[in-house]
Design a protein around this ligand. Structure first.
Ligand SMILES: [Zn+2]
Length: 317
């Protein structure tokens, strides 16, 4: 399939860089209690995406794409995303599913995996009803999360549903495996559901940079997402670069993704942060300085995320 965005399906030839794990509008504050985590201002988001285009100008006739992985339990706002896409010109892909246990509303516990899957399939194929009567379709499943090191029964049910929805629609599943090596258990559940590993990205793996963990996952065929680039308090970028270079040298360049998971007000350039451009801008300069070839940078920032999301190979001629 083409890239399914909030404004409709877009051919991969029209897309330049892809950030596969970001937030444009979200609110983590009900759980974190952190006002910096109230991140839901469409005007600011449009301005920030203007900085992204200025820092890393898209190639002629192309636009960048942002995969917006905010789910309903984080305050997903489909119409807000559509407005941001229209006003910024960037392509925005919306997620479907549920985030993770401390955020789940009561209804998540009351519904079977089958019912969760049916809802995800409906949001991908038909879409979410907007106030003007149009529909906004989801283009990815996730971020589907695990809280801490072990999947809870409800998280397992949601992940199984994500797998079934991926099988039914061809949409990719993107996960949240934060600070623990929970990608192993997440992948086992998805494998049990028969999900294609090339439609699966294990997220936040750069918060647990263990070579044995990472290569164990890669050998099972999935994409690994280094998606907290620039968040030095979680992991210094120097260590992300070192691990990426090692994995690239070992032949894994077709299975690696990079992004920055912006979700705090102070992440924005307008508030003194690195903004959305860092992962495909300054961070790629660090990779280049470490000897990574431009063709590999292209894979990490464009070909790999587009192949994950659409199944289409889109190497530049
Ligand atoms: Zn996450």
């Amino acid at each position: 399939m083409n890239l399914r965005t909030v404004l409709g399906d877009v051919s991969v030839e029209q897309i330049d860089r892809v950030l596969p794990h970001e937030h444009l509008l979200c609110d983590f504050s009900p759980v974190t209690g952190d006002r910096n985590h109230i991140f839901n201002n469409p005007e600011l988001a449009v301005r920030e995406l203007g900085y992204m285009n200025a820092d890393v100008p898209p190639a002629q006739g192309m636009q960048h794409a942002i995969v917006e992985v905010t789910l309903r339990d984080l305050g997903r706002d489909p119409e807000g995303m559509r407005r941001i896409s229209r006003e910024s010109g960037l392509h925005v892909v919306m997620g479907t599913g549920w985030y993770l246990e401390p955020y789940y509303p009561k209804e998540v516990y009351e519904v079977s995996a089958e019912r969760h899957a049916a809802q995800m399939i409906q949001e991908i194929e038909e879409g979410v009803l907007a106030a003007d009567g149009t529909r906004i379709r989801a283009g990815v499943i996730g971020e589907i999360g695990t809280h801490g090191g072990t999947l809870s029964p409800a998280e397992e049910r949601v992940l199984r549903a994500a797998g079934r929805a991926s099988n039914a629609t061809g949409a990719a599943v993107t996960t949240h495996a934060f600070m623990y090596p929970t990608g192993v258990d997440q992948l086992s559940i998805l494998e049990e559901e028969g999900v294609d590993p090339r439609r699966t990205a294990i997220g936040h793996v750069d918060t647990f940079l263990d070579h044995t963990y990472l290569t164990g996952l890669l050998k099972r065929g999935v994409y690994l997402q280094f998606d907290t680039c620039g968040r030095e308090h979680l992991m210094p970028d120097s260590l992300r670069v070192e691990m990426l270079v090692r994995l690239i040298d070992e032949g894994w360049s077709d299975s690696l993704l990079i992004s920055s998971d912006r979700c705090h007000m102070t992440d924005l350039k307008i508030r003194g942060g690195l903004g959305y451009s860092w992962a495909v801008g300054g961070f790629c300069d660090l990779l280049r300085a470490a000897g990574v070839a431009e063709s590999v940078v292209d894979k990490l920032t464009r070909e790999n995320p587009l192949r994950l999301l659409t199944g289409i190979d889109s190497a530049r001629g």
